[in-house]
Design a protein. Structure first.
Length: 278
C-alpha cells in the first residue's frame, strides 16, 4: 500500500520480536559464504523518534524502549539490543533517538563480502532508503514490486540467502499474495531461508493465513505465533513463518522469546508463545 509509512509503527513490540529473530538468522546464516540478504519490502531503513510519524502513536514506548530499560541477560536478545545501542551511540552519545529497521540492522551484521538487496515502492521511503545506503557498496537499492520480481532477484544471488517478507498487510488481498509468493519461490528455490512476518489484527484473517501457509506443506517450516493482547495497539500479537531455519534455532531462541514476552506484555492481559516445527 503506497500510503503506508512504517514510521508510525517503528520500534513497536512486533518490530522487537521481528528484528531480534532477524539478527539471529543473519548472524547464523552469514557463516556460509557467499551470503545475501534480500529485503523486498524495505521501507526507509532508519527511523527517528522525534519524527512526526513516530510521535503520532509513540508505539516504540511499549516496544524497544521497554527492552532498553530492562536488564536482560540473554545472548540472542542482547546481540540485537547492542546493535540498536550502537546506532545511537554513533549518532548521539547522550540519548536513544534512532530505531534501526531491517536494512540498517543487516548492514551492521553482515560482512564486507556479503550482499544486501533492498526494494521499496513508496516514493518518499525509496528516496530515504537510497540516501541512507548510497555509500555502501554491498547494497543494491531498487524500486520494484516484490510480487512480480522476487523470483528474478533471488536467482541473481548465489550461495546462502535469507529473504524477509514483511509487507504492511494493509492491502485487502495481501495475505493471499504472500502465500502465493512463498509457494512460487519455494518451489523454485527450496534451499533459501524465508522469514515471513505477519501481524495479529483480525482473528479470522490471521487463522486463514496460518491455515493457508501450513497447507503448502513446505518442509522445514517453523511457525511462531506470539499472542500479546494489550490496551495500547490494535495489533494483538505477531507471528512468523521461517522456512529452512537453522536446525538449532528452537533451542537458541526459545528463552529469548520468553524473555521478550515477559518484558513487553501488558500485565493486565494474557500473553503466550506458540512454537511449532513442521
Amino acid at each position: 500500500m503506497l500510503s503506508y509509512r512504517h514510521g508510525f509503527h517503528a520500534g513497536n513490540f512486533a518490530d522487537v520480536f521481528k528484528h531480534c529473530l532477524l539478527v539471529y538468522l543473519l548472524v547464523k546464516l552469514k557463516q556460509n559464504k557467499p551470503f545475501a540478504f534480500i529485503d523486498p519490502f524495505a521501507a526507509a531503513g532508519t527511523y527517528f523518534f522525534e519524527d512526526k510519524f513516530m510521535q503520532k502513536n509513540k508505539e516504540y514506548l511499549n516496544g524497544i524502549i521497554k527492552v532498553l530499560n530492562t536488564n536482560i541477560l540473554d545472548q540472542v536478545v542482547n546481540q540485537y539490543v547492542d546493535l540498536v545501542k550502537k546506532v545511537n551511540l554513533e549518532k548521539n552519545k547522550h540519548s536513544i533517538n534512532i530505531y534501526p529497521g531491517s536494512c540498517l540492522l543487516s548492514s551492521l551484521v553482515l560482512d564486507r563480502e556479503d550482499k544486501i538487496y533492498l526494494s521499496e515502492l513508496h516514493n518518499n521511503e525509496f528516496e530515504i532508503l537510497q540516501k541512507n545506503f548510497a555509500n555502501d557498496s554491498r547494497i543494491i537499492v531498487e524500486k520494484k514490486d516484490a510480487y512480480s520480481t522476487l523470483n528474478a532477484t533471488i536467482s541473481s544471488y548465489k550461495g546462502s540467502r535469507l529473504v524477509l517478507i514483511d509487507p504492511s498487510y494493509e492491502v485487502k488481498d495481501e495475505y493471499e499474495k504472500v502465500t502465493k509468493l512463498i509457494k512460487h519461490n519455494t518451489s523454485q528455490f527450496s534451499d533459501v531461508c524465508y522469514m515471513v512476518w505477519y501481524p495479529v489484527l483480525d482473528a479470522e484473517k490471521t487463522n486463514a493465513f496460518i491455515h493457508n501457509m501450513l497447507s503448502l506443506k513446505i518442509k522445514n517450516t517453523t511457525h511462531i505465533k506470539i499472542e500479546l493482547q494489550n490496551s495500547f495497539l490494535r495489533m494483538q500479537g505477531t507471528g512468523f513463518f521461517i522456512i529452512n531455519a537453522p536446525s538449532e534455532m528452537k533451542h537458541d531462541v526459545t528463552n529469548s522469546l520468553a524473555v521478550l514476552l515477559e518484558t513487553l506484555k501488558d500485565q493486565n492481559y494474557p500473553a503466550q508463545i506458540q512454537y511449532d516445527v513442521f
